[in-house]
Write a protein that binds this ligand. Sequence first.
Ligand SMILES: Nc1ncnc2c1ncn2[C@@H]1O[C@H](COP(=O)(O)OP(=O)(O)OP(=O)(O)O)[C@@H](O)[C@H]1O
Length: 359
Amino acid sequence: MSDLTLRGLHKAFGDHVVLRGVDLSVKNGSLLALLGPSGSGKTTLLRTVCGFERASQGTIEIGGRQVESDEIYVRAEARRIGYVSQEGSLFPHLSVAENIVFGLPSQQRRARHRVDELLELVGLPLSCGDRPPHQLSGGQQQRVALARALAPSPSLVMLDEPFSSLDASLRAETRQAVADALAHAGATAVLVTHDQSEALSMGHEVAVLWDGRLIQIAAPDVLYRRPVSREVASFVGEALMLAGVAEQGSARCDLGRLKLSDPHASGPVDVMIRPEQIQVAVEDRDRSELAEDNRCTAYVEAVTFYGHDARLNLRLEAAPASALAGGLAVYARVPGYRAPAVGTRVRLSVDGEVVAYPH
Ligand SMILES: Nc1ncnc2c1ncn2[C@@H]1O[C@H](COP(=O)(O)OP(=O)(O)OP(=O)(O)O)[C@@H](O)[C@H]1O
């Protein structure tokens, strides 16, 4: 399948500007997750690439062929893009197989072209083909929608929040099935989502759209560990921000002297720490695990238990002058089986590098 390139893409509805100059490149055969808060322009970007909306300015190229510019406008049907919507939008009066071949030329429709192959690709039993969509679960229906999108061998597949109507367990399973099917098909795909865990777990790369601008494109682990701004840090996960001072590759803050991911930062900064980086050791229980440096003491004020992990609200003892009266409050994520009880005195250290945002 082809790659996708956007250059300087603008889109306005009247005088309401939604996309403000988007440059983006999606590599052949890869899945890009387009992540952004509600109203940031994700769906508009996807609809413009599909040709459902005209760009106000800029160019769109699919597989090296320009489909949109000031002079060129290739109609949606001729762009050869497979589209999967939130609800899947299957036709209820047609069987699963008829849905899959719906967009194909009539001869291929009659021959149920590639139906078995596509059912297999999306991980559904072949017996599903003759059933009406309503007899399938929501997750299975989304897989049928993907099979239908892949049936004409499109250049590109666009997925617009395709898992948002599914409950949590079905969502996880369907995400995996869809990711596998796209990989097996060698598809170039864009997945629109406002769910950071979905973007991080499915995207080969994640692009963050903020108020109509792409503000960061990176591999999921890089985006999570080195977000470009405080806003992105908080949007892609839980982020603890502590005032500090950076110098010579580390930053001093209420949790000690911490190693910085950017060694060049200096002066007053906000230090961004992921809560799972905070190592919590119970004084009597975990004596051997206590690091000599970077350690300070705190009390567990509250525990929210999630099973696999737990969130601890902690209050630092003897927090320095920068802290609020009564000690600084921070929080940590620890494995559920190691969650200490409320009131326990613990020692804290920070594992790994942290990010500094200058004031
Ligand atoms: N056809 C339209 N006419 C006028 N304004 C529109 C139109 N489509 C979208 N908008 C506006 O564009 C902005 C971005 O909308 P869009 O649906 O692209 O955002 P989104 O990031 O996909 O949000 P969500 O996650 O809530 O779906 C919104 O302010 C919306 O009201």
